[in-house]
Design a protein around this ligand. Structure first.
Ligand code: FES
Length: 164
């Protein structure tokens, strides 16, 4: 179980740097959650609690933020997390076809993780990169415009352990 003290001890310098940029602890909630997710891979209930204690916030407030933003997840995701945008521009330019194609290629449905822990597939709201629609976020990279061919290329790089 992760405690507030574990989190603050291990990431003291990074947390101090974040806190120095904000006037109040409350204002630093998103960057603190970003750091926690980057370090632990997901925001489990223990991590939410540690973040709430560290920031002197009610746990419920942290939970609401975590459940509101699609960039946060409460369960560990696969090594490759495909998050395809389903908003207007991406929708008009064919994201549904890309999602269907990915479902087939990854053998998982939206919201699922592959059994080997390699892949996760999610859909998200506009990521603010409509100029490259249809697009997705693959781990921390934005990629688009997506086509079946570009998906094949990405998947073959992943499968042959090459850098994407
Ligand atoms: S609609 Fe997909 S990035 Fe904006």
């Amino acid at each position: 179980m992760i405690k507030n003290s574990d989190f603050t001890y291990q990431y003291k310098l990074e947390l101090e740097q974040i806190m120095s940029q904000y006037e109040t602890k409350r204002a630093a909630l998103l960057p603190v959650l970003n750091l926690a997710q980057e370090k632990y891979g997901s925001l489990s209930p223990e991590i939410e609690k540690a973040a709430a204690e560290y920031l002197d916030l009610p746990l419920m407030q942290v939970r609401e933020v975590v459940s509101f933003y699609t960039l946060y997840h409460t369960k560990l995701k696969g090594k490759y997390h495909f998050q395809v945008c389903r908003n207007m521009s991406c929708h008009l330019l064919g994201c549904e076809e890309i999602i269907e194609y990915l479902k087939t290629r990854l053998s998982i449905d939206v919201g699922e993780d592959s059994e080997d822990g390699r892949f996760s597939l999610s859909t998200v709201e506009c990521l603010g990169a409509c100029e490259i629609a249809p697009m997705m976020q693959l781990n921390d990279r934005y990629i688009g415009p997506l086509t079946k061919e570009s998906m094949d290329e990405i998947l073959s790089k992943i499968l042959s352990e090459q850098k994407i």
